[in-house]
Design a protein around this ligand. Structure first.
Ligand SMILES: C[S@@+](CC[C@H](N)C(=O)[O-])C[C@H]1O[C@@H](n2cnc3c(N)ncnc32)[C@H](O)[C@@H]1O
Length: 379
């Protein structure tokens, strides 16, 4: 039996297999839909087991063989949805198959992620169930309007990761997320590495809030994300992972939580850092007039912005001192978030300490405190 009757599998919009014949199969239902991943259209299988969902991507050319192995005579009922027909195959345990056909209204044939006006790495309509549970997508995979800014942020973050890791040859990566909160970013980064890049990824997200961490762990379990864990921790004082970490990420980790993320990365020789700071209060609260830059401290709003920029500039300079190549990227448009600078750092040099004196002079002249400086240089 061949349930792909067309020479062109791209005409298939959806396949649903249900009602198990083979009791050894662990998935009680499988659905397949076309998706675009990394510019290539393929089928994505969603495999349901108890309360968990697993994903697998299948090339167009391999679809027929995959269906023969995983679907035909494994499930009693298999429904193949085409543009204007639905074909149902009823398989029986004694090796027989009955075919039923129904003509339907013409359906929308647009593939997730294809022919969209704005083609993000993650698109509205992409079948990422965690985004539904986290309230970023509706059940029919539309962006929830008030979540559009968050959707833009996580998409941009993943685009920047994709740029960095496009030629990544490793088959494993371990990542820490500092101040993960509800973990929109953490889930999408896990999805990006495991589903889009097929890299064996492990991520630990840290946050102060126990209820949020509990919810994120339950979601990770639901989707069978076995290497995604969330831990209640104060990153400024609790003991964090002691294993080899390749990459540290943080998105809007409040105030000095970003300094602790950067310090962890520096002291654990972490190679990649992607950090979007926010609420840089520390310098704003301690800085005093002392020299040529006093005009920037005269008006509250300008003082606040100057302090935030000074904080991130100093963080960048310290990272350089510690052997990182650093650049500052505009993360998203100011309209989507005013906290829009990303510190991107890659460890590829020897330590130098060349910026230390410059920072120390500024601190003495303007009497401000800076946590990363204290953590790295201890004075
Ligand atoms: C603005 S939220 C950002 C959450 C998430 N990264 C995002 O972008 O959606 C900042 C998070 O950092 C967490 N946080 C702040 N200070 C922390 C600390 N010292 N240790 C762990 N988490 C912290 C807060 O609980 C909060 O969930």
């Amino acid at each position: 039996m061949n349930i792909i009757e067309t020479k062109n599998p791209s005409q298939i919009l959806k396949i649903t297999a249900s009602n198990l014949i083979d009791k050894h199969c662990q998935f009680f239902r499988i659905t397949l839909r076309q998706v675009q991943i990394g510019g290539k259209v393929c089928f994505q299988a969603e495999k349901f087991k108890d309360k968990q969902v697993f994903h697998e991507n299948i090339d167009m050319e391999s679809l027929q063989t995959w269906l023969q192995t995983n679907v035909e005579f494994v499930y009693k009922q298999v429904c193949v949805v085409l543009e204007s027909t639905d074909v149902t195959y009823l398989f029986s345990a004694n090796g027989k198959c009955k075919r039923l056909q129904k003509v339907t209204e013409t359906k929308n044939t647009q593939v997730s992620g294809v022919n969209r006006t704005k083609n993000y790495l993650i698109n509205e309509g992409d079948n990422i169930p965690a985004l539904v549970d986290l309230g970023v997508f509706t059940k029919d995979l539309k962006i929830v309007r008030p979540m559009f800014d968050k959707f833009k942020q996580i998409n941009r973050f993943v685009e920047i990761l994709n740029h960095q890791f496009k030629d990544y040859t490793g088959n494993k990566i371990t990542i820490l997320d500092f101040g993960c909160g509800k973990s929109y970013l953490t889930f999408i980064v896990y999805y990006y590495f495991s589903v889009i890049k097929s890299v064996d990824v492990k991520i630990i997200g840290y946050d102060l809030k126990a209820d949020v961490v509990k919810n994120c762990n339950a979601l990770a379990q639901k989707y069978g994300y076995k290497n995604l864990h969330f831990v209640v921790a104060d990153v400024s004082k609790d003991k964090l992972a002691d294993e080899h970490i390749d990459c540290v990420i943080s998105l809007h980790a409040c105030d000095t939580a970003t300094d602790y993320a950067l310090h962890y990365a520096i002291s654990h020789y972490v190679k990649y850092i992607f950090s979007v700071p926010c609420c840089q209060h520390e310098i704003n609260l301690s800085i005093q007039s002392g020299g040529e830059l006093d005009c920037l401290l005269k008006y509250g709003l300008i003082k606040e912005r100057t302090s935030a920029l000074l904080t991130d500039a100093i963080r960048g300079m310290i990272l350089e001192d510690c052997g990182y190549s650093v650049d500052m990227l505009e993360f998203v448009d100011f309209a989507h978030s005013p906290k829009n600078i990303m510190i991107r750092a890659y460890r590829n040099k020897a330590k130098s300490g060349k910026n230390r004196q410059n920072i120390q002079d500024l601190m003495q002249k303007y009497h401000f405190n800076q946590t990363l400086y204290k953590l790295v240089y201890g004075d």
